[in-house]
Design a protein around this ligand. Sequence first.
Ligand SMILES: [Zn+2]
Length: 465
Amino acid sequence: MRYIFKNLVLFIILFSTTTQIWAQDLTTEKLNNYRDISEKIVRSALIENKGYRLLEELCKIGHRLSGTENSLKAINWAKLTMDKMNFDNVWLQKCMVPHWERGNIEKAIITNSKKYNGKSLSIAALGGSIGTTKSGVTGEIIEVQNFEELKKIGEKAKGKIIFFNRSFDMGTSNTFAAYAGGVNQRGQGAIEAAKVGGIAVIVRSMTSKYDNVPHTGIMYYIDSLTKIPAVSIGLKDADLLSEAIKNEPDLKIRLDLSCENLPEAETYNVICDLKGSEYPNEIIVLGGHFDCWDKGVGAHDDGAGCIQALETLELFKRLGIKPKRTIRCVFFANEESGSRGGLKYGVYTDTSKEIHLAAIEADRGALTPRGFYTNANIQMVAKMQDWLPALQNSGIEWIRPGGTGSDISPIKKCKALFGYAPDIQRYFDFHHSENDVFAEIHPREFELGSAAMAILAYLLSEEGL
Ligand SMILES: [Zn+2]
């Protein structure tokens, strides 16, 4: 009797655990259905190229630098485009943003050199930099590779233009790590230079492409220190300058910049919804940042991410797919110089009655899809591994823990955040420079990205988390 009882208990335990496992598994039938839908999404994206054409239209408007008149033109275009697509809800979310303009004077000339006298260098003011007076800033150059070296030079740096020339690490395949390894020169360089009495800063561009195009990006000041102008320099001229000052240490440069910081300006997040058929109050956000630097037109960074998010909703409409949960596209304002749009949306979600299930951000360029990074917990990540066969058709090979995106991070109540991760070898060739133009977008790479986001959004919508 005891024997039978013991076995009965064991049987019940075993049976209940296996049914639990079965219940969690994605059935073959369901998976096949998802694969069919995924196939339709990929084919339609690749054949129709609708998002690619929309991105072309957007890029024709020009740059979308935060606070500028041109950025408002683009926001207007975005709102009208969403209206024309007949989504369930199209709305604007107001926020105030820093307003910096480059102006039209941007010159760096070598003034006393036997070999290079009068030579103009390829530079770009860094975002947020003050300009110079009409008489410019002229000084000798001190080259350093990092802040420690600058500190050691100390007094000798006083009255000099500090040239930060540490290069992007070309020896790693992780270009984001290479970027992170050098970008403090751009962000903090003017602060560190001001501490030792420097009068301006020239920073080697953070790029993987050996050309002479300067790459801009945000830089910072602190109020207790003198604010000094800061520019980036193209790699060829960075190398030329480095060589020139070895031969002529008293070589001087004159900088003339008309950039300025203006009062904060009003701008908007642009948002549209495709209402869920079963759980309309549960939201899956897809988005990118709509602002960009004024060199180039932000085709990859991040016009592409915005339009891929928008194309997801449009693909569902086009193909008659009715997701169970609401799919929302957000064009976030001002990521490049303050992330005010992302913060604004985050505050909105704090008190909104909506439930934010997931958010997917695309802000790594429109190159060939590879995977999705996520902050989802281990159980969710394990569950999502079963979805990969439906995602692989778009080029997605993995879903793994990792950094997601700065605009969606303020959505505190979200169950899981995702960062779309395309191939990263070429991204920093164009990032924040005049190389970031529509001609650098490949329609197939771009459209596969739209498809990848659409498939993940659909799976999240149908399966939940
Ligand atoms: Zn970006």
